[in-house]
Design a protein around this ligand. Structure first.
Ligand SMILES: [Zn+2]
Length: 187
């Protein structure tokens, strides 16, 4: 299954005038839940993520709620390992529900869409705080313009660089296109 065509077919690619979590404006927004609401696609994403880091030892898979709950589970299933997730408490990603990592454990960090890499860095901080080791990072979609590098093997199933502008330089603002907030702060 080709993730790019699935994204287009499921209507995950929205066109308009969006304010991203970073504060920048864009004409495209990816609604990942058009993919993640389909269990057969979640399963396929898990398989492809596991394949992307084939040969790397993984003891546990860690994602960030909400998308990461689904992806971490399906990827962990592909490895036959445990899948856990961090969730935001007062704006900060934390392990709750009795989830923990053991020192020396090889942790695969998974993320759905990377735009700034902030959540992945927070997940890597959690791994470090437990004395575990980041085995690799795999994301479903890399939306950065420069590519991603988190200091450990890093893979993306697809690259979909976001065209974005500072609000002051946004051509859609000039055209008075109505602005929609998307992302973590405005859903
Ligand atoms: Zn704008």
């Amino acid at each position: 299954m080709d993730i790019s065509s699935i994204m287009n077919e499921t209507g995950a690619v929205l066109k308009g005038h969006f304010q991203l979590t970073s504060g920048r404006h864009s004409d495209t927004y990816l609604e990942k839940f058009r993919l993640l609401e389909r269990p057969e696609i979640v399963e396929e994403v898990g398989k492809q993520m596991a394949k992307a880091v084939k040969g790397i030892d993984v003891d546990v898979v860690l994602g960030a709620a909400v998308g990461g709950i689904l992806i971490s589970s399906s990827t962990a299933n592909a490895f036959g390992k445990k899948g856990i997730f961090a969730e935001r408490v007062d704006g900060e990603l934390k392990l709750r529900r009795g989830f923990k990592l053991a020192p020396g454990e090889q942790v695969l960090v998974v993320e759905d869409i990377v735009t700034t890499g902030g959540s992945v860095r927070e997940l890597l901080d959690i791994v470090e705080a437990f004395g575990a080791d980041p085995a690799a990072v795999v994301c479903l979609t890399d939306r950065t313009t420069d590519g991603i590098d988190f200091g450990c093997p890093t893979k993306a199933l697809i690259r979909f660089p976001a065209v974005s502008w500072d609000p002051e330089a946004c051509p859609l603002c000039v055209q008075n296109e109505p602005l929609t907030s998307r992302g973590r702060t405005g859903k």
